[in-house]
Design a protein around this ligand. Sequence first.
Ligand SMILES: NC(=O)c1ccc[n+]([C@@H]2O[C@H](COP(=O)([O-])OP(=O)(O)OC[C@H]3O[C@@H](n4cnc5c(N)ncnc54)[C@H](O)[C@@H]3O)[C@@H](O)[C@H]2O)c1
Length: 325
Amino acid sequence: MKSILITGGCGFIGSHFIRRFLHNNPDYHVINLDKLTYCGNRTNLTDVEDNPRYEFIQGDICDKKIVFDIAHRVSAIINFAAETHVDRSIEESEDFLRTNIVGVKTLLDATNHFSLARFVQVSTDEVYGSISHGSFTETSPLMPNSPYASSKTAGDLLARSYFVTYKTPVIITRSSNNFGPFQYPEKIVPLFITNLIEGEKVPLYAKGENMREWLYVEDNCVAIELIFKKGIVGEVYNIGSEHECTNIDLTKKILKKFGIGEEWINYVKDRPGHDYRYSLDDSKIKKIGYTPTYGFDNALDKTIEWYRKNKEWWQPLKDNRFTKK
Ligand SMILES: NC(=O)c1ccc[n+]([C@@H]2O[C@H](COP(=O)([O-])OP(=O)(O)OC[C@H]3O[C@@H](n4cnc5c(N)ncnc54)[C@H](O)[C@@H]3O)[C@@H](O)[C@H]2O)c1
């Protein structure tokens, strides 16, 4: 039986990935290392808790002792653990720098120390900054515009430098904006859906002209698993969906699905440094066999239905969102 360390597995994307990975890979034991910050939630994986091939360890990826104690038991690491919310990074970025840089270093050191076969760093399109026309390729310059994006960029550069200096078997994934079940209700899609379920207006930055490329979380997980198995060490892979839309169009679409109109939008002051547009050229990952399978509309319906049916999951998170740390 092989073993893999997956970090941040109690978060949004990591929990989907672990569920999928356990199902697809009966020859693997999965160790999930998660600090359980405000957005880490063990109940995201209640359905696999009793799986004998699944093990949860609460701990910090910056903690060398914990990481090394686990790393000697595994053959690979996939790192989802991160501080992820741009607005929070604008208020205070210290935790972002620690986890997204020092944490990555600790995992890279463990990869070297135990000669692990793979280290997959899960990153983001936000490292490229904003683009008005065309799409970012994996060789586009890194021009991050928020403290969150800068900290992720530093993690990516550190990973790259370990590959060049030590031949650490690093692969980096950069995906566009994800949405789907189990996403913490501070992010735009679940925030808007849960507000509407509660009969509250949705807060939209400025005029909502910013554009994002929306990727259903399950498609991202398919891509990351593919990269883990078939990706080339030292390479970066963009993961996109080709479904671009402005935030106002996204908002109108969600409102329409609730059968209500634009009077439910509360226009709020823009976030400083708000990137205008992200867009990814993902032809490189397509060459190793990836195609997104979820259409945007269908995936949005599934997401809305999930939040409607799982109020007991998100209601306590929304109530505690400014207090739990
Ligand atoms: N959500 C998106 O749209 C998106 C898009 C592109 C890339 N990403 C990247 O994907 C990864 C996962 O994102 P997400 O949306 O699932 O995040 P999330 O915020 O939902 O979850 C992050 C998880 O990491 C854990 N964590 C945080 N700090 C930790 C630490 N020091 N040690 C151990 N665990 C820690 C948290 O407890 C949580 O379970 C991140 O690296 C993020 O940068 C996310």
